[in-house]
Write a protein that binds this ligand. Structure first.
Ligand code: RP5
Length: 166
């Protein structure tokens, strides 16, 4: 047992030291496995279109997670997710939504991570998804959202991969 500034320190190999080493190892494993891309969408009905992003990331071996949350129906969930994203290890967020597609912009308002918006068509879309495209692309100065083409979730994943490479 050695002493430093009056505090007793456990000797090498003492139970506390072993426990610390185990915890440290578990943390480094978690970091490796932690998703780097968050894929979020406004509704379960968006899943068929957004699966293309998950598939592309899967093929590239990029860890990701998929969540359904609506900027209008679950505003607190979206705010919490975006605020905690960076701390959880995420590096890019892909957000898909249709109609008045606020999700990508609201996520971008709560995080400084890059956000890629995917405008989606849905049964109630007008002008073939132009409603969602403009909602996502026309962000106010200072709160950018990168916007891919309508229903172009795969391109969002390719862009996320390029961002991660830089
Ligand atoms: C948007 O409204 C969603 O992103 C979806 O594209 C659209 C329709 O949602 P549901 O009524 O199918 O849940 O917020």
């Amino acid at each position: 047992m050695s002493e430093e500034r009056g505090h007793a320190r456990p000797a090498e190999g003492a139970p506390e030291t072993v426990a610390e080493a185990e915890v440290s190892e578990q943390f480094s494993e978690m970091e490796v496995q932690a998703p780097r891309v968050g894929i979020v969408m406004g509704s379960k009905s968006d899943m068929p279109a957004m699966e293309a992003a998950a598939k592309e990331l899967e093929q590239r071996g990029i860890g990701h997670e998929v969540r359904v949350m609506s900027a209008h129906r679950d505003p607190e969930v979206v705010a919490d997710y975006a605020k905690n994203a960076q701390m959880r290890g995420l590096r890019v967020i892909i957000a898909g939504a249709g109609l008045s597609a606020a999700l990508p912009g609201v996520v971008a308002a709560h995080t400084s991570l890059p956000v890629i918006g995917v405008p989606l068509t849905s049964s109630k879309s007008v002008a073939g998804g132009l409603d969602a495209l403009l909602s996502i692309a026309q962000m106010p100065p200072g709160v950018p959202v990168a916007c891919v083409g309508i229903d172009s979730a795969r391109n969002a994943a390719v862009l996320a991969a390029r961002i991660l490479d830089t």
